[in-house]
Design a protein around this ligand. Structure first.
Ligand code: GDP
Ligand code: MG
Length: 375
């Protein structure tokens, strides 16, 4: 990364250099135009000037959001369901909440009760005149975000941040906030365990406010819903809020094109061979499609949904378990369908070569560094 000087910062902020120097001076920092500033100091200056600050990392992550959509898609966009991730500190109730949401659905009398583990759940919620589908990712939220962050992809549209009312904001709560912010994913807070004796809702609101999540009824913008995942209390309100936020997000994709998306889970099954759960983020995935996930080639032999039902197609925001990959792709890897099988095979091969090349370069670079350190 390049170094940020006073001069460069002034140019970024479109203010005279003297202005930046003045602000630094007021804060007790004597600087000239060639002074290199750290991120914190630069951020402080920008904030003094009422500028929004985005670090490079955040910026590139935000840019990736649109990478699933191509220019050609723009004319054919249709609404797609939101993909939701549940995050929060360990034991604050993520699993219980997801189970409760799923159970509500099963209790509502949908066919089947046997669920297939594919890393995602599709839930139908009553909404306005019809049904609105929501997809919940099952991977522990923060792991999913960490993997995505490392690869610069975004698979989730909304984060539900679970905070236990008897425990408050904890380290992984903060980590979750940071992940969601970096990916520019809106956060809905579920203040959980309100049935417990030691529940302190206002304390949680207060602690979250200190991290710039200010509840709506305190004049902020963050939706906070008190719930009990265990007793199923107020979950309908939470889900309504999910739909509301989804509506504002105006989520769209083009179902009428070859699929693109992300591998959310993958493993080797003794009987079935490589099994990959794919989240379709644009286009429609079909049995028979030829695809490349990372450097792994595949031809979709069969697809199964979260009910264990065989399906022929998967449209945007839906996750399916796919059979027919040549190897086990890495979770978090992007996949893409190719119309031409030869093209796909050559792409997969090229990417393998590329990966080998990168790895070799990295190995050499680290050797160079250690040699330098010795000299
Ligand atoms: P996770 O680590 O975030 O997935 O948390 P779990 O869902 O495994 O929950 C941790 C513990 O908290 C379990 O013993 C749950 O039964 C309990 N728990 C979760 N939600 C509630 C709730 O709303 N009320 C109460 N009293 N306990 C809860
Ligand atoms: Mg859990």
């Amino acid at each position: 990364t390049s170094e940020l000087t006073v001069q460069a910062l002034a140019a970024e902020l479109v203010v005279p250099e003297t202005e930046v120097i003045k602000i630094l001076f007021m804060k007790g920092i004597a600087a000239n135009i060639n002074q290199v500033l750290d991120i914190e100091t630069a951020t402080m200056v920008a904030e003094e000037l009422d500028c929004e600050v985005e670090t490079q990392e955040e910026e590139s992550e935000a840019r990736k959001v649109s990478e699933m959509l191509d220019v050609e898609d723009l004319e054919k966009l249709q609404a797609r369901p939101p993909v939701v991730t549940i995050m929060g500190h360990v034991d604050h109730g993520k699993t219980t909440l997801l189970d409760a949401i799923r159970e509500t659905k099963v209790a509502q009398g949908e066919a089947g009760g046997i669920t297939q583990h594919i890393g995602a759940y599709h839930v139908d919620l009553p909404h306005e005149d019809g049904i609105q589908q929501v997809v919940f990712l099952d991977t522990p939220g923060h792991e999913a975000f960490t993997a995505m962050r490392a690869r610069g992809t975004r698979v989730t549209d909304i984060a539900i941040l679970v905070v236990a009312a008897d425990d408050g904001v904890r380290p992984q709560t903060l980590e979750a906030i940071s992940h969601a912010r970096a990916a520019e994913v809106p956060i809905i807070v579920a203040i959980n365990k309100i049935d417990k004796e030691g529940a302190q809702l206002d304390r949680v609101r207060q602690e979250l406010s200190e991290h710039n999540l200010v509840p709506e009824d305190w004049g902020g913008e963050t939706v906070m819903v008190p719930v009990s995942a265990l007793k199923g209390e107020n979950l309908d309100t939470l889900l309504e809020m999910v739909l509301l936020v989804a509506e504002v997000e105006d989520l769209q994709a083009n179902p009428d094109r070859p699929a693109k998306g992300t591998v959310i889970e993958a493993h080797l099954d003794k009987a079935k061979g490589p099994v990959a759960s794919l989240l379709v983020q644009n286009g429609t995935l079909r049995v028979g499609d030829v695809l490349v996930a990372g450097s792994v080639f595949g031809k979709v032999r069969a697809m199964v949904d979260d009910r264990g039902a065989r399906v022929e197609t998967a449209s945007p925001s839906f996750a399916v378990e796919v059979l027919g990959m040549s190897e086990v792709p890495a979770a978090g890897e992007e996949f893409e369908v190719f119309v031409d099988e030869k093209e796909a095979r050559s792409q997969a091969g090229q990417r393998t070569d590329q990966q080998r090349h990168t790895r070799l370069q990295q190995a050499m670079a680290s050797r160079r560094v250690s040699l330098n350190a010795l000299s």
